[in-house]
Design a protein around this ligand. Sequence first.
Ligand SMILES: [Zn+2]
Length: 378
Amino acid sequence: MNKKLNKFAVLSLSLTLFLSYTPINVSAKTKATTPYGWRFPEQHSTYVINKQSKNYKYIWKKAINGWKKAGFKWEKASSSNTHLIALTQKQDKSLKGLAGIDHMRYNVSNHLIVSNKVELNKTSLKKYKYTTKQKINVAEHELGHALGLKHNSKGSKSVMNPANRTYSISKPDIRGMKKAYSKSVANLGDAIGNNIVSIDLPIKLNPRISKLHMNYSGKTHKLTLSGNTYDISELNIKYNKQTIKNYKVKKNGAKFKIILPFKGYKNFTIYSGKHLIKTISASKYTTDKPTILDAKRNQNSIELNILTKPGNIIKIWENNKPIFSTISDIPEDNITLNTNTVKNYNDLRLTQHKRGKKTSKMIKLPKLNVGETYKSIS
Ligand SMILES: [Zn+2]
């Protein structure tokens, strides 16, 4: 008795650990065999497709056929005697942020599956413009859980990718399924009483932007953002916490281009609903401030040695008007400014500007009397 109780404890503990572990290493093998955690006694089971639209019945049937082709036989059953019920539901609290879910009941002592209820979230599949093919992929994912598969890694090209939308049943999934069913049931361990537990295996939506690119135009004072959106129906863009643009996404994965007029050096934040997708700080769209390495003030001129980047435009300003401009061609550039026409030396400021970025914030020139020199401490 004691021995059996121990076994039960170890099994539940290892299961809990596995479920709470999220792989961080995205570079991990994209083709690794899909892991499994549960199974039916045999490599087949029964299903019922609940009352729902023709369209969604078709999607579940296609997914069931997908697994049949891969070698797992789902057999149609009567509703009173089935191991799987396939539903399509409107979004409620339990489906929020999910494309679909499998509610599984299994015996913890031998990991044999008792029953499944798989659901598709009709609301989000519609809102995020899933194609029929992509809906079938989600259904295949839930059926993959229902026959015993766990999630593959985040970067995997597997139907069991935790945020799958694009992949159908693939080689890693077929290998995982075959592995799960390779042992005979006799070797799985004894079933101890009614140790049946329920778990939820969801497929989460993954709202994101890829290939985000930004370009600032000094002529129009506007920032242009471009990129591709996934699992997003509308982008809400804030500047300094104020909404400045709502952008409706036409198609999943579609390229967007948004032009944003603004003033200052505050953060942009991009939201999908309440979900923060990206923060763009000023350093991302603004040229770094130039660094003055040394300076010397002569009778009628100032000599500056500036740490910059080739191609940057250096400007000197008096009373917010540019009085000098040059394009640097070397990382440490020397500038000689004629000060004959300068009215107030202490009002001189310096900026630099890189193509595609906003001009840097101004820095003041060091305070110097005629004949004095300045050296930065580095
Ligand atoms: Zn899942």
